[in-house]
Design a protein. Structure first.
Lengths: 266, 789
């Protein structure tokens, strides 16, 4: 790890001000990606701005049609939240599949979403549930948030404060974990909102995205069999030691079938 | 097992009792003392510059910028070590090619000097006041390399450019064992021949504790001390003294304190530790180096990595008449300490397995590539041999339409055949292979498999079952034989037992515990033999300054060889004690019996305890005139054969037909380890070994890309088995005591990793409808096999 300046601001505005006045700053949330990267000397921020002391970015608020999760909420807080388990159980389920217990104790939803790791789980929920990402300045539609590999709609210095998830009628998430890292090789979240289906896919491409072909078919015919007709082209999909693009494309379909079967209670 | 249970129930802490490991409390409460826990005032920190390319010429090293960084004390290059007169890191086992010529060792200086031959090979050492500065300075060392053509692909290495001048076709040796002509004849007469191509995947050891060292030099005395993560500190001292020439043996002390796992990877004499102890002498300050996990992946010796074609000849009945094996073994860029012996004497000699195959011939091409050196890793040669034999036997059974268990049974060596001389140079002393097969089949409910398979099919899973009836040779072993076969050292072990004046016992062993639990089992052995309380026995190991000599722990040898040495030493203690006791009781020596810690005068009610005898030995007021005071005895034990643990492992897997995921759903291991000292520890050894075997079969694979870069250089990509990947293992034992060591024990440390890969892969093959795929059976590979690719 290279030397850096450490800051622990007490408010979002203080954090942003620190960010603007530093050479090459980075925000530190759970640090589950950033700290290992720094330890391997692959990242060398001059200033690390720790967001753990900011009350505005924490807390869980649940109403009948919306679940609001503060950006600094740890994964295990989502796993264990009785309110989320009751109102949006798919989110608790998904959070419980992230990494291992140590990671879930430290990692945060804001950090995960802001990182746009192509194999992270939360992005499937942001896209699949049509969430809205809030920053200190604005709100960003979940559909427009992830732009590319490790690239989001966030401006430099912009901090996610919270994420609003609309509550679907029902939803399910299925993940094919990388056997080594347990990141998602492919993860598919399917949600039903008043008769409309959304499908969010993570792991397959450079960033999480909706599977519009599946959505169209399922909006007509909400059965597992209907998915058989959907072609999942592998163009642009990731390919690595653990899964070729072709295999990933296949897994998208398998995970979608399984998620839909869960959703339908089959 | 009944014997063991009855002793356990009697709350005995001696031989056979399931005593909990005494070392675990300190390990699991953070009170262990590992190399990195030891610090010296004024110590420097080392960081290594490592080759970023698989094969380079080192043209120039400019360390000026690194040296200018405040806190940097020195930068040493590999060339400086050579110029200082240090010798190469030697390979300790000379293997001859089949034409009688000696193997050809590639030059292996302590650090790369003029060329580097694998990614991660160290070529310069930076010393600084802090670790951060050392690492930063290592990045500032400016090195000019000329990239040379690298040889990475094992299958084509022998036809590629020569890595080393004078080593044609990149072959260190072309070794053979067995009768080629007789085997050829057997194939000519065979009624059926089964042929199988196999890959034994490269593994990366990944002990919990990475390698580490702390090197020190005493100006006043000229003494060197090296704390390090070693499985065999005396061997390390011998090599560093006699070959590398760091210092004479009496001026070099190697201490291996608590060591967090080795699996073979900490046997070897590596660049880093060697460079650090040398540099400590140069700079005259202590130097600490601890590998980070990335360095472990790159620069620990890897394991396995074979490509094999095997052929099995059978008669009309299915009796094995010949086995012919040709293996290309990856040695990596250099011959590591025992790298030459693993794919030869620890592999070819095991190809008889449990069977009476009369003709066996094996050829092994020991091949250099521009990858990390390959050496012993848990099982070392025997898992590779078992994989060949047990996979081809299964394949043959399928081709012949026979039940794999029946075909094995029909060919097994029978209890009346022992001692059994194989066609590949070993003599098995004892065993009962059908007994373990029968027990394993009963435990797995072999007959009920079809019902389980049908039930799985309803869930969309394809279930398969696979057997492996393994044998291995361990407890390394007769020095004379090993030296005849090329070993550079003996393979005995030493032990010393000191009865202290007040009756407690200090036990010194040349074996080394890095997770095996010697402090417990050896105390059980000695307390049982001397009839003293288990709590009064302390076991000390891992320090060349405290024990006389030792060859360390590898090849499942500690109990069979090191434990036997303690038995011999204990016998000497008893014999001397008998003389003292006789004197105390004013009797003749032959009138004194010893049992349960008491010396008793025959036909009398007179007795003295061994503790009283010890006190008399150290306070010799009334004492035999012709006897030296003191009660401490040592022994060197050299076995006259290997021990031959054997058993049957049975795996059941379920394959998800949609995703290709293989789940290991049941695993039975029935092993014959002879007498058992501590059944808890034996179970633990089997569990750990099976977990590693499951890792090899289903997950682990060290992969270099075509450019020689390690693609699986972290746990993000190198798949280690985790607890939730594994079922509850069901383990049991059968017992045929070893015939030639005083404890009747056989090694148990590697068996789990030896039998399980073949059992699991046979189960996968079975599940896939006899479609053969290479290890590891990863999801995409299995998915493609299901699709018929």
């Amino acid at each position: 790890m290279y030397p850096f300046n450490y800051h622990k601001p007490a408010s979002v505005s203080e954090a942003v001000s620190l960010f603007r006045n530093a050479d090459d700053p980075m925000y530190l949330s759970g640090g589950m990606t950033l700290i290992p990267t720094m330890k391997q000397r692959l990242a060398a921020p001059t200033d690390l701005i720790d967001l753990s002391g900011i009350p505005e970015v924490s807390g869980i608020e649940v109403s009948a049609d919306r679940v609001r999760v503060g950006a600094f909420t740890r994964h295990n807080d989502v796993v264990r939240s009785p309110e989320i388990n009751k109102t949006l159980p798919v989110l608790s389920h998904l959070a419980g599949l992230i990494g291992d217990n140590q990671v879930r104790n430290r990692g945060t939803i804001g950090g995960s979403v802001a990182n746009s790791d192509p194999s992270a789980d939360y992005p499937a929920a942001v896209v699949g549930l049509g969430a809205t990402v809030y920053t200190q300045d604005r709100s960003i539609s979940g559909d427009e948030f992830f732009l590319n590999l490790f690239e989001t709609a966030l401006h430099p210095g912009e901090i996610i404060t919270h994420i609003d998830f609309p509550v679907p009628t029902r939803a399910a998430y299925q993940k094919f974990p990388n056997p080594a890292s347990r990141y998602a090789v492919v993860g598919v979240l399917i949600a039903e909102f008043a008769g409309t289906i959304r499908v969010g896919v993570t792991g397959a491409g450079p960033c999480a995205c909706r599977a519009s072909g599946m959505e169209e078919v399922l909006n007509q015919n909400l059965t597992v069999a209907a998915l058989d007709a959907v072609e999942v082209p592998d163009a642009g999909f990731n390919s690595d030691l653990h899964a070729s693009a072709e295999y990933r494309a296949h897994l998208v379909k398998v995970m979608a079938r399984r998620a839909l079967a869960d959703l339908l209670g089959q | 097992m009944s014997e063991v249970v009855s002793q356990a129930e009697s709350e005995n802490q001696g031989i056979g009792a399931p005593v909990r490991r005494r070392e675990d409390l300190r390990f699991i409460t953070g009170d262990g003392r590992y190399t990195d826990d030891i610090n010296q005032p004024g110590q420097l920190y080392a960081a290594f510059c490592r080759s970023p390319y698989p094969r380079v010429r080192i043209d120039n090293i400019d360390a000026s910028e690194a040296l200018a960084l405040p806190g940097v004390v020195a930068v040493y290059t590999g060339q400086q070590l050579v110029d200082d007169g240090l010798g190469d890191l030697p390979c300790g086992w000379m293997v001859k090619s089949k034409d009688g010529t000696e193997m050809i060792s590639a030059p292996h200086p302590p650090m790369a000097a003029t060329v580097a031959n694998y990614v991660g090979e160290p070529y310069a050492l930076v010393l600084a006041e802090t670790l951060q500065i050392a690492k930063q300075a290592a990045e500032l060392v400016d090195t000019d390399f000329t990239e040379l053509n690298a040889v990475v692909d094992l299958a084509h290495a022998s036809g590629s450019e020569n890595i080393y001048e004078g080593i044609e076709n990149n072959l260190a040796y072309e070794w053979a064992l067995g009768d080629e002509d007789a085997t050829k004849m057997a194939f000519a007469r065979a009624a059926h021949v089964t042929t199988l191509d196999l890959t034994n995947n490269r593994l990366i050891p990944n002990a919990l504790e990475p390698r580490a060292c702390l090197g020190m030099y005493e100006r006043g005395t000229g003494d060197y001390t090296l704390y390090t993560t070693s499985q065999n500190p005396h061997l390390e001292r011998l090599v560093l003294s006699a070959f590398v020439q760091i210092a004479p043996e009496h001026k070099l002390r190697i201490i291996a304190p608590d060591v967090g796992g080795g699996f073979g990877s900490k046997i070897f004499i590596y660049s880093e530790e060697t460079s650090v102890i040398w540099a400590a002498g140069k700079i005259k300050r202590p130097i600490k180096w601890v590998a980070d996990r990335s360095e472990s992946f790159l620069a620990d010796a890897h394991g396995r990595d074979h490509i094999t074609r095997a052929e099995l000849a059978m008669d009309e009945m299915g009796r094995f008449t010949g086995l012919r094996v040709k293996t290309t073994a990856n040695l990596g860029a250099y011959l590591s300490t025992f790298g030459s012996s693993v794919p030869t004497y620890l592999y070819g000699t095991l190809l008889a397995g449990q069977y009476k195959t009369p003709n066996i011939y094996v050829e092994v091409q020991g091949t250099y590539t521009n990858t990390a050196p390959v050496d012993a890793y848990r099982g070392a040669g025997r898992p590779e041999a078992t994989y060949v034999v047990e996979r081809i036997v299964d394949q043959a059974a399928r081709e012949l339409g026979k039940d794999p268990a029946d075909l094995r049974r029909m060919n097994m060596i029978q209890p009346e055949d022992f001692p059994y001389e194989t066609p590949v140079a070993l003599t098995y002393d004892t065993g009962n292979y059908e007994a373990s097969l029968d027990k394993a089949l009963e435990m797995i409910d072999y007959a009920g498999f079809e019902a389980r398979q049908a039930e799985a099919a309803e869930r969309g899973k394809r279930r398969g079952i696979g057997l492996a009836c393994y044998i291995e040779a361990c407890g390394l072993a007769p020095s004379k034989l090993a030296i005849q076969l090329g070993a550079g050292v003996g393979l005995y072990e030493s032990g010393e037992i000191r009865m202290n004046p007040t009756g407690s016992v200090s036990v010194f062993t040349g074996s080394h515990s890095h997770g095996q639990g010697h402090e417990t089992t050896f105390a059980q052995v000695v307390s049982d033999k001397l009839g003293v309380s288990y709590d009064d026995v302390e076991v000390i190991h891992g320090d060349t300054g405290r024990m006389e000599f030792g060859l360390g722990t590898y090849g499942s040898r500690s109990l069979a060889v090191g434990g036997s040495a303690l038995m011999v030493a204990a016998e000497k203690v008893i014999e001397k004690g008998r003389k003292i006791a006789a004197h105390m009781m004013q009797a003749q020596v032959d009138q004194v019996d010893f049992e349960n810690g008491q010396f008793t005068l025959q036909d009398s009610n007179q007795s003295v305890s061994i503790q009283e005898v010890a006190f008399a030995a150290y306070v010799p007021a009334d004492y035999p005139e012709d006897l030296e005071p003191g009660l401490t005895e040592k022994a060197f034990y050299d076995p006259n054969n290997f021990t031959y643990p054997a058993g049957t492992h049975v795996a059941e897997v379920e394959v998800d037909l949609e995703t290709g995921v293989v789940q290991l759903v049941d695993f039975v291991a029935v092993d014959d380890f002879g007498h058992i000292i501590n059944p808890l520890i034996v179970d633990g050894q089997v569990h750990g070994g099976v977990a590693q075997g499951a890792g090899q079969a289903l997950m682990e694979h060290g992969i270099y890309d075509e450019y020689g870069q390690l693609q699986t250089g972290s746990f993000m990509d190198y798949t280690m088995p985790r607890a939730d990947d594994l079922p509850d293992f069901r383990v049991d034992t059968t017992v045929t005591p070893c015939t030639h060591n005083p404890l009747g024990v056989k090694g148990c440390g590697e068996a789990g990793a030896i039998g399980s890969p073949a059992a699991i892969m046979n189960a996968v093959t079975h599940a896939l409808g006899n479609k053969d795929i290479s290890m590891p059976a990863t999801p995409e590979k299995v998915w493609r096999a299901i699709r018929g690719e």
